[in-house]
Design a protein. Structure first.
Length: 140
């Protein structure tokens, strides 16, 4: 299974996602893709199998990903203060991969019906769902 974790800014959320996936699924392939080099470096240190940076890395790795993880903003053009280009958002949204996105509040985007929780809680829930895929459990 190829899991692509996409993050930007300082890569803190991507780092947390990778650390938690590694704890539960130590043998999966995790590709960290940073919108910038700081995020990529942070995800590599967290245990990603490999890391890459930038628009082409997002487009290329989303093409054959089984799972894509990140914050909700990775599916919206120009989010994360412009780090997510329209092409990056298109690659995420058009990928056939299962997508697990954390609803982080961003200016102008309101996700209704989702209670605000600490990021770690969302990450742990994300990893539980990925474990179901890895172990062949039926998806809802």
């Amino acid at each position: 299974m190829k899991i692509v974790v996409i993050d930007g800014q300082g890569g803190r959320i991507g780092k947390t996602i990778i650390e938690q996936i590694r704890k539960k699924l130590p043998n999966v392939e995790i590709i960290g893709v940073g919108a910038n080099s700081i995020a990529s470096s942070s995800m590599l240190k967290a245990g990603a199998t490999a890391c890459a940076t930038g628009e082409n890395a997002v487009v290329y790795n989303c093409g054959d990903a089984d799972v894509i993880c990140g914050v909700l903003g990775i599916a919206f053009a120009n989010s994360m203060y412009g780090e997510i280009s329209p092409e990056m958002a298109r690659a995420v949204s058009q990928s056939k991969a299962e997508k697990y996105l954390i609803p982080i509040r961003v200016k102008g985007l309101h996700v209704l019906g989702i209670p605000e929780r600490p990021v770690l809680q969302y990450v742990l829930e994300m990893v539980e769902e990925i474990e179901k895929i890895d172990h062949g459990a039926p998806r809802p």
